[in-house]
Write a new protein. Structure first.
Length: 114
């Protein structure tokens, strides 16, 4: 108890924790970024906007599986799709670029830094 007196004890500690809304956003971010396919899609779109057919070809997955992952990324606000003729071209949103930069920062930091 003595170690947290300077922050107001346990009540002060609780006041410093993220609120439920922030935790929900964090949980969603980690959920979306917890899949290799979604991480690869973010990385590809970090290089350039792409249509779903190219993304699917690179990943080597079925259209239904690709649609599922694209929908999660879209619903999470990380990517946006724009109709270009008969194709939908996907690109990162500002939030998607931010998430990709967090991932790149993690990779650059490495595990040995502890």
């Amino acid at each position: 108890m003595e170690a947290i007196c300077d922050i107001g004890g346990t009540e002060g500690l609780v006041a410093l924790l993220p609120d439920d809304e922030a935790l929900s956003r964090l949980r969603e971010f980690h959920h979306i970024c917890s899949d290799d396919y979604r991480l690869r899609i973010l990385s590809m779109l970090g290089i350039r906007p792409l249509c779903a057919c190219i993304i699917g070809e690179v990943l080597g997955i079925a259209k239904s599986k690709l649609s599922y992952h694209l929908k999660l990324l879209q619903d999470g606000g990380m990517i946006a799709g724009t109709a270009k003729g008969t194709f939908i071209v996907y690109e990162l949103t500002g939030y998607g670029r931010f998430c990709l930069s967090l991932n790149a920062g993690f990779l650059a930091y490495g595990r040995e830094a502890d």
